[in-house]
Design a protein around this ligand. Structure first.
Ligand SMILES: Cc1cc2nc3c(=O)[nH]c(=O)nc-3n(C[C@H](O)[C@H](O)[C@H](O)COP(=O)(O)OP(=O)(O)OC[C@H]3O[C@@H](n4cnc5c(N)ncnc54)[C@H](O)[C@@H]3O)c2cc1C
Length: 478
């Protein structure tokens, strides 16, 4: 039988799944002196934030560009614990490029938050003056609204209530929200989208700073293996978990790792950090969270690696206004090697790589005049069909807690899909891992989960209220 959570601290914990949630839980538990065994089916840690060797070029490519924002306090804490903070390069500037090449620069100005983007927004050229003024009014409403009351409605409904025109929605709100939540405004729960603007734009002048890794994503987690092992933990790579129970896991028959195959491994506690669709199959049928978890659906993301024969993009990244491609990232100094990201990419999934290349190239040529004379030398499209859960109102209402309600004798859940209050992100995954570790240690989640970015005084005076956010985030623990 597993140790009761409220009793003595468990001596041993098995964690199924070595994505960011599993890594975060393993690290915090190993630091606390618990004997951790982390089981991961792949040969590398990192899960969906990963890289692969491209057989055509031999290059190590990320499955997709991953972005961290300044408001991601827990993921940044995880990188610091791994000694990898210096692998992130930061900018607080956003370049928005319209078809035809006109560029608007959005960056924090002299005013304190939440007014830090005001000067930039007054200068944007992809919206008219009346549109910027209507956007400012909507932002004031975003500041004041209690987002937890908008969980059962879509963001499109919120924007309609604020009188946002179709053009402002298409040119401003949609690219931000599709990129952050991986779902369009008419599908995404308003609470999730409001979270992005409240925490990621308005709370603090550094909240929207954009960080990207300077090394392939997979290398960020190499140190996790060392650090967890150095703290006395065990990592079994290539070990597939079939079933998770309150005090045991059963590994799969084909597992090639040290966990063997068809083996029953026991521990005081078990954390299930598998993706939601795998967790559904692995949990005991009696787990009361399963009906919620079965409501989850997914949304795809497409990452496209492109190499041109000459420099195309001069800025580190660009948002393409009014295009199917939402973000472009420059992947080399010269700007010949680019990465295009299409979130909410359902329509792209049936396309061939050649068709994808053509469509992406068309958007790039529409917006970046320098690309019109450039030849596209190679295209590598990576389709992630189950990139993230789809944060619809129904799914947002179904996010399961780390601990089964009313019982301590259940598998502890971790993963970006659990009730962290965050969209499916590396931050959400880290929070869930820290909260799961807190649950094992019998401590309140807030003792291990790093607080949100501090809400600036001006934002608080205008109505942004931190306490409701904190309560929401704590649901992952107890
Ligand atoms: C294309 C794409 C782009 C993204 N962009 C961003 C971004 O820009 N910013 C951001 O913050 N987030 C982004 N995300 C989301 C982010 O990657 C995820 O939210 C996060 O990595 C989820 O971590 P996790 O640990 O919860 O789940 P996972 O990463 O899914 O981890 C689960 C782990 O369990 C393992 N596993 C599965 N089955 C078994 C089994 N049977 N036995 C043992 N192990 C098993 C998996 O291999 C995996 O390692 C993106 C995701 C994708 C796919």
């Amino acid at each position: 039988m597993p140790s009761p959570l409220s009793g003595s601290v468990p001596q041993s914990v098995i964690i199924a799944g070595g994505g960011i949630a599993g890594i975060a839980a393993a690290l915090r538990l190993a630091e606390a002196g618990v004997a951790v065994t982390l089981l991961e089916t792949r040969k590398k840690l990192g899960g969906r934030a990963t890289s692969f060797v491209d057989v055509r070029s031999g290059a190590i490519l990320d499955n997709c560009q991953h972005v961290v924002l300044g408001c991601c306090t827990n993921y940044l804490d995880l990188l610091a614990r791994l000694g990898e903070s210096d692998k992130i390069t930061w900018t607080d500037v956003q370049w928005w490029i319209e078809p035809g090449g006109r560029t608007s620069v959005i960056r924090p100005g002299p005013l304190p938050a939440p007014g830090h983007f005001s000067f930039s927004m007054l200068g944007v050229r992809f919206l008219s003056w009346p549109e910027v003024s209507s956007l400012a009014r909507a932002m004031l409403a975003v500041l004041r609204v209690d987002r937890t009351r908008w969980r059962d409605r879509t963001f499109a409904q919120f924007l309609a209530q604020q009188g946002q025109s179709e053009r402002v929605i298409r040119r401003f709100w949609t690219p931000v929200i599709v990129s952050a939540c991986n779902l369009e405004p008419h599908k995404v729960a308003a609470s999730s989208a409001l979270h992005v603007f409240q925490e990621g734009f308005l709370a603090h002048r550094d909240a929207a700073s954009i960080g990207v890794s300077t090394v392939p994503l997979v290398q960020l987690y190499d140190r996790a293996e060392e650090v967890i092992r150095a703290a006395g933990g065990t990592i079994e790579l290539g070990c597939s978990v079939e079933r998770v129970e309150p005090g045991a896991v059963i590994t799969g028959g084909g597992g090639g790792g040290g966990g063997g195959g068809g083996e029953r491994l026991t521990a005081d506690r078990v954390i299930c950090a598998l993706p939601v669709e795998r967790a559904i199959d692995a949990l005991p049928e009696s787990d009361p969270r399963l009906p919620l978890m079965r409501r989850f659906t997914h949304s795809p993301i497409l990452g496209v690696h492109l190499v041109f024969d000459r420099p195309v993009l001069t800025t580190p990244h660009a948002v393409l206004v009014d295009c199917a491609v939402q973000w472009l990232f420059r992947k080399d100094e010269a700007g010949r090697s680019l990465h295009a990201v299409i979130s909410g990419a359902d329509d792209w999934m049936p396309l061939t790589e050649a068709q994808i290349g053509e469509r992406v190239l068309a958007d790039i040529r529409r917006c970046i005049p320098a690309a019109r004379g450039a030849t596209l030398l190679s295209v590598r499209a990576v389709k992630e069909k189950r990139a993230t859960f789809a944060p619809t109102p129904e799914v947002e209402a179904s996010r399961p807690p780390a601990l089964a309600p009313g019982s301590e004798d259940h598998v502890i859940l971790a993963g970006d899909y659990t009730a962290t209050g965050w969209p499916a992100t590396m931050e959400g995954a880290t929070r869930s891992g820290y909260a799961a570790a807190a649950a094992v240690l019998g401590r309140p989640a807030r003792e291990l989960v790093v607080p949100d970015i501090q809400v600036a005084l001006g934002a608080r005076l205008l109505g942004l209220s931190p306490p409701s956010h904190r309560e929401e985030g704590m649901k992952a623990g107890r």
